[in-house]
Write a protein that binds this ligand. Sequence first.
Ligand code: KIV
Length: 246
Amino acid sequence: MLTAYDYVTAALLDQAGVDIILVGDSLANVVLGYETTLPVSLDDMIRHAAAVYRGTSRALVVCDLPFGTATDPDTALRNAIDILQQTGCQAVKIEGGASAAPIIARLVEQGIPVMGHIGLTPQAVHQLGGYYRHGKSDHAADRLIAAARQLQEAGAFAIVLEFIVPELAAEITRILDIPTIGIGSGPDCAGQVLVINDLIGLNVRPVPSFAKPKADIAAIIRQAVGEYVTEVKAHTVSKPKEPEVG
Ligand code: KIV
């Protein structure tokens, strides 16, 4: 699974064989320039998810329910319906531990596929007090295992494990029947997810420690734009070719 936020990136990921495209609320940080994911709205998510969906022909497209849109089962259901109807996406993702279980159950009851998300849940950053690895103490590990079980019980079809101690992520993966999708949680999850910009090096801010970029697209853009600016200022932009006569 990889994130995408626009039509062309989604089409490229789809063509490259990604199974699931996530329109993450990381849209807030990566595309819209906010410090946290909290300011992104349902309308923002719908606009970008619809573009992503138009770029795909094969991958499953999952859209995040952003901060404040899944506060209770009925609110979440209304908002998930809006996402599915207005974007074409086939599933939604909801952040949260055990307290998200009744919300997920309500959506699943109505035929909406839901992906869970536990561990580091960025929508709760102010409560968590920062972005750090989860599941270090026995108590924290027990809570995460219990939450994973409850989300599975509620009907989630997969669960993202974000920045969880790798051994614990492996144990959760063994315990569950549904797939886990890890990010910064070690190699032993059923699948992996990354923010596309972190994979291709398209950032102006530092990337998380677990992201190992496979390209440096930011450098390519800086170079191409720099060359263009120099050429334009020197009036050396190549002229369009005149058609040959005779
Ligand atoms: O919003 C997002 O991009 C996510 C992934 C990091 C899992 O939730």
